[in-house]
Design a protein around this ligand. Structure first.
Ligand code: NAD
Length: 499
């Protein structure tokens, strides 16, 4: 049995707490590794190392820090297949999807190469007689992040790349379900030239999370995961005086107007509803066709497409549409909610409950499900299922469809499919959701914009990546300076390289 490690002070370090969790191969159901769960003391050691290393890194000029990011991008491309392979093996997602996971993180690293430009301050010449005023952005010190299982490459990079480009040290507590890729990323950052102790990986569960929340040296915490944990971390972190941003769960609605291209809408729903087995925070889990005729046409288009979906292990080739879910527990929860949906009166149009894959009977595969006539008070509508289950809620009008998405407690992403520019514009303006797609089902903003939901999908006031990340990972200091007199000699006439 492979025993995974922490990555502390530039070395792979064995866990000493005596506590471990199982890392599964979701396709076979077998345990493939043991992940150490750090104690408060082990976490504290990483903080001490980070605190000792950070001042020098923070004082390194931003262009040099950016060069580490540049080299890291090269190494990510070099090792893309290796990273994607390790990711698929622990998470279960298909190989092309695993590469996408690395790629969308890599793009944020590319954005961070702009650190010298992004960290430039503000300057007012002669704010008063002989007075100049300037603002600078300084690193926070030791920062930390807690990440979910569903994007084990992308989300850690969304956090540590801007944190480190800004001059901070960063301690990552990744998901204990798929910790191997985060460990590989930490190694690659050092190969790219990052000093030891600036990026560390401490594996663990609630104990190490609480250690991060309570440690006085940790200045900021980024969290991505489910909403109950997001609320907990936000509350405890803020009351401990830290800067905290937490991103939670989702229930993303796609409104399908009667004038939409129904083939395009159905294709979009297949990819966004069932891709990655529905384990994406930007997955569409609710289809809202406007009018019964639209709903009937949509269902008619969806059913044959769903029946053609190929579910299998990532090793079965690139034509697999989606893989297993992450654990047996996740599978049980999903199938439990499907039963609840039937009990509460929703119509199960495509039933994936009996799905089984020859040779992989113990894998965590879940067949695709489609519900019709789902009502807003049903559990399958109020709760995040996080599996390959698409619910259809029929709306009588555009206003009713808009109201459904507005009234749901989550507000991560949404989409409208229509040919009517006026409806699309009205939707984008009025909806109380953070990321909106117009004829685009998964509107994940690119690295140079910011990512974040509203309502119970996010806590805190700054989004992930883009310009917001450079605000989150720095503090502003403003200097008002007066120089009453001087001798004005001793000029330097030769160009010198900056050290
Ligand atoms: P999770 O909340 O179970 O775990 C997330 C992290 O929190 C993990 O590192 C885990 O070890 C830690 N954790 C779990 N229980 C804890 C506890 N009691 N105390 C302290 N820490 C704890 O989430 P998950 O199952 O890994 O990920 C799926 C969830 O993440 C879904 O709800 C999904 O919507 C959400 N998600 C949101 C976004 C976003 O940007 N909004 C992105 C990806 C995933």
């Amino acid at each position: 049995m492979k025993e995974l490690t922490h990555y502390i002070g530039g070395e792979h370090v064995k866990g000493t707490s005596g506590r471990f969790s199982d890392v599964f191969n979701p396709a076979t159901g077998e345990v493939q590794a043991k992940c150490p769960l750090a104690s408060t003391e082990e976490f504290g050691k990483a903080v001490d190392i980070a605190a000792a290393a950070q001042p020098k890194w923070g004082a390194t000029n931003p262009q040099r820090r950016a060069r580490v990011m540049m080299e890291f991008v090269r190494l990510l491309n070099r090792d893309m297949d290796k990273l994607a392979e390790a990711l698929s093996a622990e998470h279960g997602k298909t190989f092309p999807d695993a590469k996408g996971d690395v790629q969308r993180g890599l793009e944020v690293v590319e954005y961070c190469i702009g650190a010298p430009q992004l960290l430039k301050g503000e300057f007012t010449d002669s704010a008063g007689p002989g007075i100049d005023m300037y603002s600078m952005r300084q690193p926070l010190g030791v920062t930390g992040g807690i990440t979910p299982f569903n994007f084990p490459a992308m989300i850690p990079m969304w956090m540590f790349a801007p944190a480190i480009a800004c001059g901070n040290a960063f301690i990552l507590k990744p998901s204990e379900r798929d910790p191997s890729v985060p460990l590989m990323l930490a190694e690659l950052m050092e190969e790219a030239g990052l000093p030891k102790g600036i990026l560390q990986v401490v594996n663990g569960d609630k104990e190490s999370v609480d250690a991060m929340l309570d440690h006085p040296v940790v200045q900021s915490i980024g969290f991505v995961g489910s909403t109950p944990i997001a609320e907990y971390i936000y509350g405890r972190g803020c009351s401990n005086g830290k800067r905290v941003q937490c991103f939670g769960g989702a229930k993303n609605h796609m409104i399908i107007m009667p004038d939409a291209d129904m083939d395009q809408a159905a294709d979009a729903l297949i990819g966004s509803g069932y891709g990655a087995a529905g384990e994406r925070c930007m997955a569409i889990s609710v289809a809202v066709p406007v009018g019964d005729e639209t709903a009937d046409r949509l269902i008619e288009k969806l059913v044959p497409r769903i029946e053609k979906l190929k579910v299998g292990p990532y090793t079965a080739g690139d034509d697999v549409d989606y893989g297993p879910v992450v654990t047996a527990e996740a599978k049980k929860k999903i199938l439990g909610l499907v039963e609840k949906g039937i009990e509460q009166g929703a119509e199960l149009v495509v039933d994936g409950r009996d799905f089984s894959l020859q040779g992989y009977e113990d894998g965590f595969f879940v067949g695709p499900h489609l519900f019709d006539k789902v009502k807003p008070d049903m559990d399958i509508y109020t709760q995040e299922i996080f599996g390959p289950v698409l619910s259809t809620v029929r709306a009588g009008s555009y206003e009713e469809a808009l109201g459904l998405a507005m009234d749901h407690e989550y507000g991560n992403g949404t989409a409208i499919f229509t040919r009517d520019g006026d409806a699309a514009r009205d939707f984008a303006n009025r909806i109380n959701i953070g990321m909106v797609g117009v004829n685009v089902p998964i509107p994940v903003p690119l690295a140079y914009h910011t990512f974040g939901g509203w309502k119970k999908s996010a806590f805190g006031d700054l989004n992930q990546h883009g310009p917001d990340a450079f605000k989150f990972y720095t503090r502003t200091k403003t200097v008002t300076a007066r120089w009453p007199s001087g001798i004005k000699d001793g000029g330097e006439f030769n160009f010198k390289a900056m050290d």
